[in-house]
Design a binder for this molecule. Structure first.
Ligand SMILES: [Zn+2]
Length: 98
């Protein structure tokens, strides 16, 4: 990880420090965090990755392949088990998962 940290202030006035270029305030992010459901199990970057791809429901997620989801910026391999579990519960699976 790079050592440089940048002081930022979000539009709500929270001061925070970021090492990356993603301009996301952790306090605002925490306030937006879903309290339940499959999205609540994901890390914030993973949720943003899905949101940026227009994925809001487990059904929308199932129209993507595992490879496509992993290619999203912010999505890490550690999020996949949560997604797979959620889709399994819904009777769904990734598009071309064997
Ligand atoms: Zn904020």
């Amino acid at each position: 990880m790079p050592a440089a940290r940048h002081r930022r202030t979000c539009h709500n006035g929270h001061v925070y420090y970021k090492t990356s270029d993603c301009p996301v305030c952790p306090q605002c992010e925490a306030a937006r965090r879903p309290q339940s459901g499959w999205l609540a199990k994901l890390s914030a970057p993973a949720r943003r990755a899905l949101a940026n791809a227009g994925i809001q429901t487990i059904r929308q997620l199932a129209s993507f392949s595992e490879k496509e989801i992993l290619a999203l910026h912010g999505m890490g391999p550690s999020s996949l088990p949560h997604l797979q579990e959620a889709m399994k519960e819904a009777g769904l699976s990734f598009k071309n998962k064997k």
